[in-house]
Ligand binder design. Structure first.
Ligand code: GDP
Length: 360
């Protein structure tokens, strides 16, 4: 499953946000594959289409797509010096598909800031610097090894050059995600060397309640991290929302000019940053969303349900959610010619409602 690692300086609201996240863990009961560890929170991707599908098919259960968040503690200024970042930290962050940095913007005299002042810009830089230094340490060894290899094998030359290009970007104090591509670094190649800053970054700004409606502030913070995605929330409010009925939560959000919670936005943003989408299946047992990449073919999508589905793929019966929603039943959708049979080259579209045919 899709995993996003949460990092940030101490006292920025990580634990508060994470506690709000894990209040969702009831959901995990529906997901036997999501091993629940104390530092993992599973969040459903909100998808109103599933309720409608369940209504059409009389489904007993609704299973949304999920995003897992892993709380990765242990990053502070200077963390990469001396002993380096802890092994547990590195292992956790290597496993994450994206890095989510929680940045404090809220002012609160009672909550000490590690640097004595609240500065989103310098907090972001501090975390970047630690990750960049960790990557430079990784590269030091890799470059030496690749240099030797390149002398013996011609094929290794581009790998060596790519490592050097990555090194240059990092030495300029930039992450590979933000500046690698423009500098001609092959990011996939760099990622295979275990470089952390190749991962997509998402920034969560923890604002106080007044700041939540301050559009000028939010614009300036978004510009600070652009083109990376920014999410704005108030961690304490997110905790409160989890304890409310959906109706009360909705009213509370509207009071802040928002339509969905910060955590919902974060799940959505994770999907966006990673270039993911969902397709849907529906029946009397369950209506369910499945996570795939953009541009995936029907057999690849089938493989997410079961590898046998991919191996034995024959065809996919597909109707778009919009058509099914409008026509109201599968029967009517068929009569209207909206249910298509697609073969193995079909490229999946977001919101396809699918039934796979396969050999076992
Ligand atoms: P962490 O060290 O990053 O995990 O930070 P915590 O979640 O433990 O938060 C540190 C302190 O800041 C706690 O006392 C929280 O109650 C407080 N805090 C967290 N989020 C907010 C917020 O949005 N506004 C205010 N005023 N305080 C917050």
């Amino acid at each position: 499953a899709l995993t996003i690692g949460i990092v940030g300086l101490p006292n920025v609201g990580k634990s508060t946000m994470f506690n709000a996240l894990t209040k969702n863990n009831v959901l995990a009961a529906n997901y036997p594959f999501a091993t629940i560890e104390p530092n993992v929170g599973v969040v459903p991707l909100p998808d109103p289409r599933l309720e409608r599908l369940a209504e059409i098919h009389g489904s007993e259960k609704i299973l949304p797509a999920t995003v897992s968040f892993v709380d990765i503690a242990g990053i502070v200024r200077g963390a990469s010096e001396g002993e380096g970042l802890g092994n547990k930290f590195l292992a956790n962050i290597r496993e994450a598909d994206a890095i989510c940095q929680v940045v404090r913007a809220f002012e609160d005299g009672d909550v000490v800031h590690v640097d004595g002042k609240v500065s989103p810009e310098s907090d972001i830089e501090t975390i970047h610097t630690e990750l960049i230094l960790a990557d430079l340490q990784t590269l030091e060894k890799a470059v030496a090894r690749l240099e030797k290899e390149a002398r013996i094998k011609k094929e290794s030359k581009p790998l060596h050059e790519n490592a050097l290009a990555a090194q240059k970007v990092l030495e300029e104090g930039k992450t590979l995600y933000a500046a690698g591509e423009a500098a001609g670094v092959d990011l996939a190649e760099a990622r295979s060397l275990g470089l952390l800053t190749t991962k997509p970054f998402i920034y969560v700004f923890n604002l106080d309640e007044d700041q939540l409606t301050d559009d000028a502030l939010k614009t300036s913070l978004a510009e600070l991290v652009a083109p990376a995605d920014a999410v704005f929330l108030n961690a304490k409010l997110e905790m409160d929302l989890m304890d409310m009925s959906p109706q009360d939560a909705q009213e509370m959000l509207e009071g802040f000019g928002a339509t969905e919670s910060g955590l919902d936005q974060l799940a959505r943003t994770g999907f966006h940053t990673l270039g993911l989408q969902t397709y849907l299946t529906a029946g009397p047992k369950e209506s369910r969303a499945w996570t795939i990449g953009q541009g995936w073919t029907a057999p690849q999508a089938a493989g997410v349900i079961h590898t046998d589905f991919q191996r034995g793929f024959i065809k996919a019966e597909i109707v778009s959610f919009e058509d099914l929603d409008t026509l109201g039943t599968m029967q009517k959708a068929k009569e209207a010619g909206k249910v298509r049979m697609e073969g193995k080259d079909y490229v999946m579209q977001d919101g396809d409602v699918v039934e796979f045919r396969f050999n076992v």
